[in-house]
Ligand binder design. Structure first.
Ligand code: PLP
Length: 433
């Protein structure tokens, strides 16, 4: 079977144009199959997937109920346009709305997370009649035209083909922009900064505040207590729509249906993708508060996508949410995070000076690696590359972003699998200390 791995690499290099990459030097692992937290190549070499494929496969690979749901739907109606009623689509929307707070009943389906954020921004602009969107420098909201401009991480790339985006520094105590030394100080200063930016921009011009509940790709920065409720207060004071981006943090990753369930905050719009069906079929969407949904009762919402509410995506959502519920997967993610992952990572922190900070919740953790604990200088890219190669060589697929290893296995990860991964991290961190 080795020749299939070679054939994959050959064809891939010849014909697939990959995202986020210079194409010339690419050499990607060929993955042929998967089950639960494990994937394998054609020759049978296995890897523990502690990346969840861009923090996506919350339910694990090849969950039988989700595969069966897709199969059954495909046998009956494999596609139908959005301008029709469809029971599977309606049931998917109902399942999602039932997990949202009271006062959220409608779901707009998109093809993924970026267009979910684009459509949420559009709804906020139409609802308020205002233009500007405030988001944070340390964020990732997707890579379509508007979503990438909202994304803070990519401000340095010329991408200004959307209007009215303003950025703030959200809370990040380890590298505070405000010289804060406690979570309380960082929270107070970040809220003060947000309020001042809205005042300076002119509150009557600000349509939305768009935040990842827990910024993910940018570093898994769990907000300090009081931050999100403080943002809610500011949004209310100035009549601004609060959009919480739950694309990465939602549907189990934090041990909650929505990450904001653990905080004292209720948004106006919720964007989702990834964990809603673990990416078995591409889908995303916006959960809309009743108040904003009413804006469009007698006014056309000028947006739509051919595949909005695709029946295969809808079937996978229904099956996935039902399985997460009946198998207690959300509670498992919380428990394994608290009982196994966090203590394991704290033990690594105690042993390895290269770890500057451990932070996270549920199955959503980051190890921030530093060249020097005192100065907090980030570990150089070459060493992060080495960390990645050494982890893969030990049979672990990692998620690495800048100077961080994100520890993000599927929500169904077992204690034994965590133990195996911790051994690999331990060995590799020893090489970096
Ligand atoms: N929002 C967040 C928080 C994300 O993490 C991502 C992707 O990683 C997106 C939006 C974009 O989602 P997609 O890649 O499905 O467009």
């Amino acid at each position: 079977m080795d020749d299939l791995d070679a054939r994959t690499s050959e064809l891939d290099r010849a014909h697939v144009f990959h995202s986020w990459s210079a194409q010339g030097a690419l050499s990607l692992l060929p993955i042929a199959g998967g089950q639960g937290c494990t994937v394998w190549d054609h020759s049978g070499r296995t890897y523990l997937d502690f990346s969840s494929q861009l923090v996506n496969v919350n339910i694990g690979h090849q969950h039988p109920a989700v595969i069966a749901g897709i199969r059954e739907q495909a046998a009956v109606l494999a596609t139908i346009g959005p301008a029709t009623g469809n029971l599977t689509r309606a049931e998917a929307a109902q399942r999602i709305a039932a997990r949202a707070p009271g006062g959220f009943n409608k779901v707009f389906f998109t093809n993924g997370g970026a267009d979910a954020n684009e459509n949420a921004i559009r709804m906020a602009r139409l609802h308020t009649g205002r233009d500007k969107v405030v988001s944070t420098y340390r964020s990732y909201h997707g890579n379509t035209g508007g979503a990438i401009v909202a994304t803070g991480d990519w401000r340095r790339v010329p991408n200004e083909y959307s209007r009215g985006h303003v950025h703030i520094f959200g809370p990040y105590l380890y590298r505070s922009e405000f010289w804060a030394t406690t979570p309380e100080e960082e929270c107070e200063r970040a809220l003060h900064h947000l309020r001042r930016v809205i005042q300076a921009e002119g509150p009557e011009s600000v349509a939305a505040i768009l935040l990842e509940t827990i910024p993910g790709t940018a570093g898994i920065m769990v907000p300090p207590p009081g931050y999100l409720s403080g943002v809610r207060e500011i949004a209310d004071q100035y009549g601004v729509v609060l959009i919480l981006d739950e694309v990465m943090a939602g549907f189990g990753r934090t041990g909650e249906w929505f990450a904001f369930d653990a905080f004292d905050v209720k948004p106006d719009l919720i964007t989702f993708a990834k964990g809603v069906n673990s990416g078995y079929v591409p889908v995303g969407g916006v959960v809309i508060s009743d108040e904003i949904a009413r804006t469009f009762d007698d006014r056309v919402f000028p947006g739509g996508l051919t595949y909005s509410g695709h029946p295969l995506a809808a079937a996978s959502i229904v099956a996935s949410i039902d399985a997460m519920e009946s198998e207690g997967i959300i509670a498992h993610a919380k428990k394994i995070g608290t009982d196994v992952i966090e203590p394991g990572l704290r033990a690594l922190e105690a042993d390895h000076p290269v770890i500057g900070e451990v932070r996270g919740t549920g199955v959503f953790w980051a190890l921030e690696l530093v060249a020097d604990r005192a100065t907090r200088e980030p570990l150089p890219a070459a060493l992060m590359g080495k960390a990645k190669a050494e982890l893969v060589a030990r049979g672990l697929l990692p998620f690495i972003a800048d100077n961080r290893i994100h520890v993000v296995p599927p929500c169904v990860v077992t204690a034994d699998e965590v133990a195996t991964a911790l051994t690999a991290y331990d060995e590799v961190l020893t090489l970096l200390d």
